[in-house]
Design a protein around this ligand. Structure first.
Ligand code: FAD
Ligand code: NAD
Length: 466
């Protein structure tokens, strides 16, 4: 029987990053993955393929709607070849997952393909291609999550689908009905809207992206409405039925009326749930909580002291970079180091266009905590760089403590915000004040100038360009 210092179950961004860090720290490391490709949800059916389709559909929209403004004329009709677009997406995925194979080899990590389940706290049974039993002193559970659904929905995976199927459709829907105006619904909704589908987003809450700052929800909602998406807020879905090629969704609005929507595809994007099926966690003494998450303490240690858990399968935001941080955290903890994660400073990004990004507290959270704060906001349309590229939607909003001027939250929507948010994270890690950011030189002309201007606005209401 092969024996390891550490074995990791699941090869998503949590698992494979943990494996690399463990190997870097000198541990003999194994990783077990039930699928034939490494990388988990993120690389195979999540972050990477969705961003590939967002990029392709963005190019199409630019070509059909905006090239002309730039004096670029394309004779003849511009068409989408969906098969090729999906093919390119798959090539990007294959290249990226292949990169993880390379990293595992480079770091001398043993990869086992098969379903891993606990025999006891130090032994794992692998069923599948590399079937065998292995032994490990320490084990990390990184089994991730799966799409969740509503109790009355039958996901037939043909017309009533999850994100996984939406990433490989064979035709552009005529009318895509999306249940859930969260991250997945909006990112994939925008993809298919750009490609020509009619899109209806049905959201239970009174705004899209309900966990983000309300200002961002409002601005993105405007963008979707401008693109002629139907945004049905405060609608509670009651039933989803399939009738041949038609899908009928019924939802109750605020007045208690039942509204009916007919489309040819329905994307169910109402969140994801932790995945522990087949793990046999109880055999190792690993406890789950009532939400099905693996229960962990502040060291991400489970109820079995040699077993840790990270990523989507435990509490907290279901984000790839959160899983990665936890992978490194656990590896370093096991090596006797004292790592730290500030969960307040894990940014959230929605890769629509304009992009939405945030870190720290929202206005609602600060109000609930009775924190006195000031707001500095700056619109992208006031920037020369934004006008030059034609990306003028959105703003940067900085929330700073009223007394100390410390930055408490940064919320932005606009071009390249997914990258701009890194400046806010850095500033907040160093506990910068709004004035600190406002006194740093930002290259001109850049989108980043909006961060400086918002900081100036927060410092003393003295933005320069509005
Ligand atoms: P996962 O990536 O889910 O990996 C878990 C792995 O464990 C899987 O490969 C699974 O097969 C394997 N496994 C499970 N059980 C066993 C077992 N018993 N034996 C062996 N193997 C097992 N996050 C972002 O930060 N940015 C984004 O842009 C983003 N986009 C997304 C888009 C979509 C459409 C989706 C669905 C998700 C997106 N996410 C994004 C979320 C992100 O994918 C997850 O937060 C991330 O993948 C979680 O990583 P993980 O390592 O915890 O688990
Ligand atoms: P989500 O939690 O982001 O959004 C789900 C939405 O569905 C919420 O707005 C919720 O109010 C709504 N909803 C719930 N029940 C409903 C009902 N009965 N009727 C109508 N609406 C209902 O979940 P998601 O979009 O499915 O994404 C799942 C996870 O994947 C998220 O946690 C997210 O962090 C992760 N993800 C991240 C990214 C990114 O970082 N860019 C992209 C995609 C997915």
């Amino acid at each position: 029987m092969k024996s390891y210092d550490v074995a990791i179950i699941g090869s998503g961004p949590g698992g494979y990053v943990a494996a690399i860090r463990c190997a870097q720290l000198g541990m003999k490391t194994a990783i077990i993955e039930k699928y034939s490709t490494l990388g988990g949800t993120c690389l195979n059916v999540g972050c990477i393929p969705s961003k590939a389709l967002l990029s392709s559909s963005h190019h199409y929209e630019e070509a059909t709607k905006h090239f002309e403004d730039h004096g670029i004329e394309i004779p003849g009709e511009i068409k989408v070849n969906l098969e090729k677009m999906i093919g390119r997406k798959q090539a990007v995925v294959d290249q990226t997952t292949g990169g993880i194979d390379f990293l595992m080899k480079k770091n001398n990590i043993d990869v086992f393909e098969g379903l891993g389940s606990f025999i006891d706290a130090t032994h794992i049974k692998i069923e599948g291609k590399d079937a065998q039993e292995i032994e490990a002193k320490k084990i990390i559970i990184a089994t991730g999550s799966k799409p969740s659904t509503l109790p009355f929905i039958t996901l037939d995976k043909e017309r009533v689908i999850t994100s996984t199927e939406a990433l490989k459709l064979k035709e552009i829907p005529k009318h895509l009905i999306i249940i859930g105006g969260g991250v997945i619904g909006l990112e994939l909704g925008q993809v298919y809207r750009r490609l020509g589908a009619e899109v209806t987003v049905i959201e239970y809450m009174d705004r899209i992206l309900p966990t983000m700052d309300a200002g961002l929800s409002k601005e993105l909602n405007k963008v979707f409405k401008k693109a002629k998406c139907k945004m049905m807020l405060s609608h509670k879905v009651q039933s989803v039925e399939r009738n041949g090629d038609e899908v009928i969704v019924k939802a109750e609005n605020k007045k208690g009326e039942v509204v009916e929507f007919k489309g040819d595809y329905c994307l169910v994007s109402v969140g994801r749930k932790p995945y522990t099926a087949g793990l046999n966690a109880e055999a190792a003494g690993v406890k789950l909580n009532d939400r099905g998450q693996v229960e962990v303490n502040e060291h991400l240690q489970t109820s079995a002291s040699n077993i840790y858990a990270i990523g989507d399968v435990i509490k907290g935001a279901m984000l790839a970079h959160k899983a990665e941080e936890e992978g490194v955290f656990v590896a370093e903890t096991m090596a006797g180091q004292k790592p730290h994660i500030d969960y307040n400073l894990i940014p959230g990004v929605v890769y629509t266009w304009p992009e939405v990004a945030a870190v720290g507290k929202t206005e609602d959270q600060l109000k609930a905590d009775n924190v006195e704060y000031k707001v500095g906001q700056f619109p992208f349309r006031a920037l020369g760089r934004a006008r030059a590229s034609g990306d003028i939607d959105g703003f940067v909003k900085i929330l700073a403590d009223k007394t100390t001027d410390e930055v408490l939250g940064v919320h932005m929507i606009g071009a390249r915000c997914a990258d701009l948010i890194a400046e806010a994270v850095t500033a907040m890690e160093f506990r910068a004040s709004a004035e600190d950011i406002s006194r740093m030189s930002h290259a001109h002309p850049t989108f980043a100038e909006a961060v400086k201007e918002a900081a100036l606005a927060a410092t003393d209401d003295r933005a320069l360009h509005v």
